[in-house]
Design a protein around this ligand. Structure first.
Ligand SMILES: Nc1nc2c(ncn2[C@@H]2O[C@H](COP(=O)(O)OP(=O)(O)OP(=O)(O)O)[C@@H](O)[C@H]2O)c(=O)[nH]1
Length: 230
């Protein structure tokens, strides 16, 4: 199967300084947590490898600087994002107010309707369950306005981090397949005698049959797809 065309998706992580963007990425990609703060200068990125339904698939995760003075460097990397993750600190409610602006800046560099948006509250370990629930009322309302999916996580304890990125990978993978399908919708392949079927549709069907007949990747599983992070 020729699946090379959709094997990488770009994910851009934005938000105020000190909200925990680097820590979130490091917990997921390296399974580490550093309590010392080192500001991101400009941008940085990690590539995380998955296997979805037996297909190798990569997420290129861009960590951007929250500091104002680096904003113009970081914004040069927003283009071509399939996923935008807007991050705020559950223990610093002001950072939630700034997420809309971060999202607008990131969306400006991308085609309308071409990105999945997530709103993520970090440092869940620093707030009580009751406080978290109160903040989440506002966060979910804002997420609806932003047409984003809301998640709360802790890079320190690791709570929800794998689950969150599994969801990101599953949605990005699905989006890549649909894009591939749209691109090739005109190209038809003859299957057997007389049956015409889009090559990509055929490919998709093959993939789904494989996925749902137990052809799962190795390693941890998410709610929505079987993923292996290598
Ligand atoms: N308790 C706790 N502290 C966290 C968590 N995530 C990040 N931190 C701390 O918050 C501080 C800032 O984290 P960073 O990940 O560097 O923040 P950032 O958003 O990447 O910051 P910039 O690079 O300046 O944009 C660090 O001291 C981290 O240790 C968390 O989930 N829980």
């Amino acid at each position: 199967m020729q699946l090379g065309a959709f094997k990488i998706s770009k994910v851009v992580v934005v938000g105020d300084l000190y909200v925990g963007k680097t820590s979130l990425i490091n917990r997921f990609c390296k399974d580490i947590f550093d309590r010392d703060y080192k500001a991101t200068i400009g941008v940085d990125f990690e590539i995380e490898r998955f296997e979805i339904a037996g297909v190798p698939y990569n997420l290129q995760i861009w960590d951007t600087a929250g500091q104002e003075k680096f904003k113009c460097i970081a914004s040069a990397y927003y283009r071509g994002a399939e996923v935008i993750i807007t991050v705020f600190d559950l223990a610093d409610i002001q950072t939630l107010d700034h997420t809309k602006q971060w999202l607008e800046d990131a969306l400006r560099e991308n085609e309308p309707g071409s990105t999945f948006v997530f709103l993520v509250g970090t440092k869940k370990d620093l707030v009580s369950d009751a406080a978290c629930e109160r903040i989440e009322l506002d966060a979910v309302r804002l997420a609806n306005e932003m047409q984003a999916e809301y998640w709360s996580v802790s890079a320190k304890t690791g709570e929800n981090v794998k689950e969150f990125f599994s969801r990101v990978a599953a949605l990005a993978f699905e989006q890549s397949m649909l894009k591939e399908l749209e691109k090739n919708i005109g190209h038809v392949t003859q299957i057997g005698r007389g049956n015409l079927i889009s090559k990509s549709l055929f490919l998709l069907l093959e993939l789904f049959i494989y996925a749902f007949s137990g052809g799962k990747g190795r390693g941890h599983e998410s709610n929505s797809a079987s993923l292996t992070s290598e």
